[in-house]
Design a protein around this ligand. Structure first.
Ligand code: UDX
Ligand code: UDX
Ligand code: ADP
Length: 471
């Protein structure tokens, strides 16, 4: 039996694997942590001597990597050897929604998980604990187990595997803080010895009371449910934001008034352009898929509406912009501030900005997009080149350009559209901006973060999401 964990391997050096392993290495200097990935370019970035080139932007991450890299934190594409060395292997590969085949558009594509499990079964040596970290549909642990055990049966050597589910609850932008000070750590599994070894890793910095153990399936389902509940709060408040605009109420006042009821709580009640990120939509789609699979059609329908509302909110915003700009935005310049799905990340996966910008392009507008962290190449991948073909092969007429500053984006613009809640958008110089925009100029603030009152005082027309009193 393993006494303690000396060597960890993490398969997948992405938004989950990278920061999680960096924190484990930082908190457990006696454990060697090898993060492996098939993507050589990504690994090169993790090993870059210039720490501003790490593949992920996350406050506090570069400092930790600086401390640990080369000491007990290593990034490489050497997968087989590192699997063989490991006592514990975390699987943190991506699990996007399936694009085709059974469950397309809803179920997660597990091909990368399966590939990882096959590699582990082939190269692991002796007793190995396999920890699923990626967001996965319920019962994936069973699939991993089947693959690993099939190999052991076939080869009758000394390999032994235990599977644990240890879902990640970190949010991008606050990943380091979430990892260092988790609300809870959840470990699902059947093998108590393996569970204890993983608990020992976390006890290096997490209080015992915060470590929760369950069976495998409850752990997997808890992850989906947590994300579904969080997303549901956003859809709920966003539905009320529309009602506030129609009735003259202010959604931020409503959010405060309901949030002070401690049964509801103040967190996660910020109205906006809808939730984005790699998890919420995918996890709810998984939940819908599983509910349907078990014949629980009402439950499936219930969760599907959370996504429908999110799509509707995004469409609603682009429609309002067209209406306010006299029914046409063809040839009009709109400065888009923010493209990441939330502040403090360079991640654009499922960002509401993608759909909203696509709608505005379809209406023929010229978008000048500024984001402090998202690269031009990333926006190109998300939106396509200046002219993009949609699914019906219609040509979008609008164009987009990348702007290096707010001022460049706003120069000559008919409107400024705030889509991401970056700190710097709170303190824009409205006097200056009002002078360089084209009149009548507009501010569309979907995050209620800009100083709209000040902007208004310089003659800019205002639309603030959910603010029926101001609009
Ligand atoms: C509710 C509101 O709580 C209160 O703030 C408002 O002023 C009036 O409506 P009430 O209906 O008296 O109060 O009781 P409440 O405790 O909210 O329970 C309502 C129903 O929800 C009950 O049938 C209760 O059994 C059920 N419930 C409540 C659950 O099923 N699960 C829970 O976790 C909580
Ligand atoms: C989420 C979960 O929070 C995390 O626990 C899980 O492990 C992964 O998924 P993440 O997607 O990184 O994390 O960020 P999160 O802060 O949850 O934001 C998700 C989206 O919801 C963003 O687009 C954000 O702008 C939006 N949001 C969040 C709101 O619109 N309003 C809010 O009040 C909170
Ligand atoms: P997440 O947000 O879940 O971390 P990312 O896409 O950021 O998702 O990261 C997942 C990483 O997993 C990617 O860098 C990808 O190259 C890597 N990956 C996928 N499949 C494998 C595999 N079989 N072996 C090693 N790395 C893999």
């Amino acid at each position: 039996m393993l006494e303690k964990i000396n060597n960890i391997c993490c398969i997948g050096a992405g938004y989950v694997g990278g920061p999680t392993m960096a924190v484990i290495a930082d908190k457990c200097p006696e454990i060697q942590v090898n993060v492996v990935d098939i993507n050589q370019a990504r690994i090169n970035n993790w090993n870059d001597s210039d720490f501003s080139n790490l593949p992920i932007y996350e406050p506090g991450l570069a400092e930790i990597v600086k401390n640990c890299r080369g000491r007990n934190l290593h990034f490489s594409t050497v997968i087989e050897e590192n699997i063989a060395l490991a006592d514990m292997i975390f699987i943190s590969v991506n699990t996007p929604v399936k694009k085709k085949g059974i469950g397309a558009g809803q179920a997660s594509d597990l091909k990368w998980i399966e590939a990882s499990a096959r590699q582990i079964s082939k190269y692991a040596v002796g007793k190995t604990i396999v920890v699923e970290k990626s967001t996965l549909p319920v019962k994936t642990a069973q699939t991993i187990k089947n693959i690993l055990e099939a190999h052991v049966l076939n080869t009758s050597n000394d390999k032994k595997f235990s599977i644990l589910s240890n879902p990640e609850f970190l949010a991008e932008g606050t990943a380091i803080n979430d990892l260092e000070n988790p609300d809870r750590v959840l470990i699902g599994g059947e093998d108590q010895d393996a569970i204890n070894l993983l608990i020992d890793v976390y006890l290096n910095w997490v209080d015992k009371e915060k470590i929760l153990t369950t069976d495998l399936w409850s752990s997997e389902l808890s992850k989906l449910t947590a994300n579904a509940f969080l997303a549901q709060r956003i859809s709920s408040i966003n539905s009320i934001s529309a009602l506030c605009e129609s009735t003259g109420a202010d959604v931020n006042d409503v959010a405060l008034a309901i949030g002070m009821d401690k049964r509801i709580g103040l967190e996660f009640l910020r109205p906006g352009p809808g939730f984005g990120g790699s998890c919420f939509k995918k996890d709810i789609l998984n939940l819908v898929y599983i509910c349907n699979h078990y014949g629980l059609y009402q439950a499936a329908k219930y969760w599907q509406t959370v996504i429908n509302l999110n799509d509707w909110q995004q469409k609603r915003i682009s429609k309002i912009i067209v209406e306010k700009l006299f029914g046409t935005i063809s040839g009009k310049k709109i400065a888009v501030l923010g493209f990441a799905f939330k502040a403090n990340t360079n991640d654009t996966r499922e960002s509401p900005a993608i759909n909203i910008c696509r709608d505005l392009l379809e209406e023929g507008s010229n978008l000048h997009i500024y984001d402090p962290r998202v690269s031009q190449d990333q926006i190109k991948m998300d939106l396509g080149h200046s002219q993009i073909i949609d699914s019906q092969n219609l040509l979008f007429e609008g164009k987009w350009e990348f702007s290096k500053s707010v001022e460049l984006a706003a120069n000559g613009a008919d409107a400024i559209l705030v889509l991401t809640d970056w700190e710097e958008f709170k303190t824009l110089d409205w006097e200056k901006l009002s002078k360089i925009m084209r009149s009548p100029s507009w501010l569309f603030d979907t995050r209620s973060i800009s100083n709209a009152i000040e902007a208004k005082s310089f003659g800019i027309n205002i639309w603030r999401l959910g603010d029926g009193a101001l609009n």
